[in-house]
Design a protein around this ligand. Structure first.
Ligand SMILES: [Zn+2]
Length: 679
């Protein structure tokens, strides 16, 4: 099949014979940037949007010298996309825009001259030199065609952007490679040579009446190069949705790719990172991010043009991204972005390594660019990790964008003379007083200095513990506040805000049955200290040794709810034999937190599997993973989806206590398989 794109005679730019370009900066060749004013009048004659496409089969020449090793950045990527667009009849409806090589003065609006010179030199290197040089960079391969292809790829994106700004087309898709968003100012990186999108954005700003550019990067990887290019530029928004995993996913810069990277100086708030904590994100999560963050900010920013770093490695089936965005999901994101900037929207290919997925995804985007509606999505149900991430992004960015109000409060926002009282401290005081006056529970004196400092008044127990045959060891998160915040600040409307505490329900049930209780309140943490779980585990061990071992009850029930579950599992590991002897039942309700596991040792993990009921919402990410004996006996409960742990406790209360009572009456653990059926 001949994939050549026809020439574009009569288009308002001068074509330059690619091979005749000088190889250093200072060329006398010029690209003719026409004055956008006059050609913009063409827009008035459009009956429907015109969609441009850039493709040049010569971009396939950039290849891996190790021919026996398959590299994911396969030259076929652009061919399969182009074929898909052609075979479905879409190509006939598009305006071909001819790619040309980027000029040094254009590339150097973003890159250094050293970088340009290095790339240029690769055209004449021996194979050994190419391999040696490529190895010095991060995830790069080179051949003698790399420089030409990279210039063509970058120039292609520029030409498409120009065609959009000049009104030749309304929008367009740049089917180009090598990709660009990892390319740093001074070096190639991550399969990228020149930063196509960043260079194109700078060209538009330099030569046209384009002031504000909105760059949306939905490639699965963070676009480190693009972010750096505009980090201090208040007129370019760089917004990236990417897999992050606390900095463990490529490109792996923990600080740069997190939501805390917001831009510098005058440009604070102009870098927006939406970092997924794990793989497995779906259409719902991306649409949620668009609805909550991307589109509100884009409307407030009001860009003159929108450029998408359109990698398709977040697509369903991508071997690297492992996310599940459908072609329709990409179509919807494209559709939303079309509403901005008079519809001036350019999609430039970045990554994407499953040939089938990328061609279907690109086609869905192209159809939307051509004016077709995106196909319908199912109901949007973002997962817990997505909602947590978006919450953090909004907290961080609300200082810079009115649309994300209310503005979140940080202690450094305090005015001189204002007194700060931590609500957790107020809650502790209230709780200690209440637990004693209502239930005669007394705070456990903590002899150890470090434990005392952190956990005073957080561990309480029945005063007559030594008389009890059955003792509940209950470790749970602190009470929640449900607060009515004001519209533009996060100050609380006190008369309409409440503390919600389910723990009292449990304490009353336990004491009502004449059992003893050791109750541990796990305090909230804003920035989770590294040793939080270690400290809490030390407290639990202290309580076990000094209260359980000392009073020697016949039966112990362990209940963990929320973040404390992990430390409770730690206690089980540390006091294994004593626990296997005394504990007749363990209930774990981790909520959205990770599912705790005990040691893999056969006797302990078998005991735990038979003894522990782990109650999880059906949409907990754990269900995608492989369950093991040391995770206990896990039950999937639909009704718990997205519920705060405090509410889960209410929901599970009756079933849980009838299960526990059955065990206490029968004298041993119930068959765990029955439990699963009940839920
Ligand atoms: Zn990528």
């Amino acid at each position: 099949m001949d994939m050549d794109i026809d020439g574009t005679d009569g288009k308002p730019y001068v074509l330059i014979e690619p091979r005749k370009l000088p190889i250093t900066k200072g060329s006398r060749n010029r690209v003719n940037y026409t004055n956008g004013e006059s050609s913009n009048s063409l827009l008035g004659t459009f009956l429907e949007p015109k969609t441009g496409i850039v493709y040049d089969k010569r971009m396939r020449y950039h290849g891996n010298l190790h021919e026996d090793e398959h590299h994911p950045e396969d030259p076929k990527r652009i061919t399969v996309i182009q074929e898909k667009i052609k075979d479905t009849g879409c190509l006939n409806r598009m305006v071909p825009i001819k790619a040309r090589e980027v000029l040094p003065e254009e590339a150097c609006l973003v890159h250094t001259e050293d970088h340009w010179d290095f790339v240029t030199k690769t055209a004449h290197m021996s194979d050994n030199e190419l391999i040696k040089n490529a190895d010095e960079y991060n995830s790069i391969y080179l051949n003698n065609e790399t420089a030409f292809c990279a210039r063509l790829s970058c120039g292609g994106v520029i030409e498409l952007c120009k065609a959009v700004v000049e009104g030749t087309v309304t929008n367009g898709f740049a089917n180009v490679r090598p990709p660009g968003h990892h390319a740093e100012l001074n070096e190639p990186m991550g399969f990228c040579i020149f930063n196509n999108v960043a260079v194109a954005a700078q060209c538009l700003r330099k030569h046209y009446n384009v002031e504000k550019v909105f760059i949306l990067d939905w490639d699965i990887h963070h676009g480190n190069g693009t972010q750096k290019a505009f980090y201090n530029d208040p007129n370019v928004v760089y917004c990236s949705i990417h897999r992050y995993e606390n900095g463990h996913f490529y490109p792996g810069d923990k600080a740069l790719a997190n939501y805390t990277a917001i831009g510098g100086g005058e440009a604070k708030g102009k870098t927006i990172n939406i970092p997924w904590p794990r793989a497995g994100m779906k259409d719902s999560d991306y649409i949620f991010a668009f609805n909550k963050v991307v589109m509100p900010i884009a409307y407030e920013f009001s860009p003159d043009i929108v450029i998408v770093s359109a990698g398709f490695d977040a697509a369903e089936g991508d071997p690297i991204g492992e996310n599940h965005v459908s072609p329709s999901g990409f179509g919807h994101m494209t559709h939303m972005l079309k509403t901005l900037a008079d519809g001036k929207l350019i999609l430039a290919l970045e990554g994407g390594y499953n040939l089938d997925s990328i061609s279907k995804s690109a086609l869905a985007c192209v159809k939307v660019l051509l004016g077709e509606p995106p196909s319908k999505l199912g109901p949007i149900k973002p997962n817990q990790d997505c909602m947590e991430t978006i919450h953090q992004v909004i907290r961080t960015q609300s200082k810079y964008w009115n649309c994300l109000a209310p503005v979140y409060y940080a202690t450094e926002d305090r005015l001189p003379g204002q007194l700060l009282v931590d609500m957790a401290e107020m809650l502790k005081m209230y709780r200690t007083r209440n637990l004693y006056s209502k239930y005669k529970l007394i705070p456990v004196p903590l002899s150890d200095g470090k434990l005392g400092q952190r956990f005073t008044n957080l561990a309480c127990c029945s005063g007559d513990l030594f008389r009890k045959e059955v003792v509940f060891f209950f470790v749970h998160d602190m009470a929640d506040f449900r607060a009515d915040t004001r519209a533009t600040s996060n100050s609380i409307n006190v008369s309409n805000s409440y503390m919600i505490d389910t723990v009292y329900l449990y304490i009353e049930t336990i004491l009502g049955n004449e059992h003893g209780i050791i109750d541990v309140d796990v305090p909230p943490v804003v920035n989770q200290p590294k040793n939080e779980n270690q400290d809490l585990k030390d407290l639990l061990i202290f309580l076990w040794d000094n209260l359980i071992e000392a009073t020697n009850p016949k039966k112990v029930i362990l209940i963990g709810a929320g973040r404390g579950c992990r430390s409770l599992a730690g206690l089980i590991n540390e006091r294994d034999y004593s626990i296997m002897e005394k504990v007749v039942c363990t209930i774990m309700i981790p909520g959205p937190n990770e599912v705790p596991s005990v040691s893999k040792r056969t006797d302990l993990s078998t005991w735990y599997h038979n003894n522990a009921n782990v109650l999880l919402p059906a949409n907990h990410p754990f269900w995608d993973k492989k369950m093991k004996r040391e995770h206990g006996s896990c039950s999937k409960i639909e009704d718990l989806n997205n519920m705060p742990v405090q509410d889960m406790l209410v929901h599970l209360h009756n079933d849980m206590f009838s299960h526990i009572n059955q065990i206490l009456v029968n004298g041993g653990p119930a068959n765990s398989s029955n439990e699963e059926g009940n839920n």
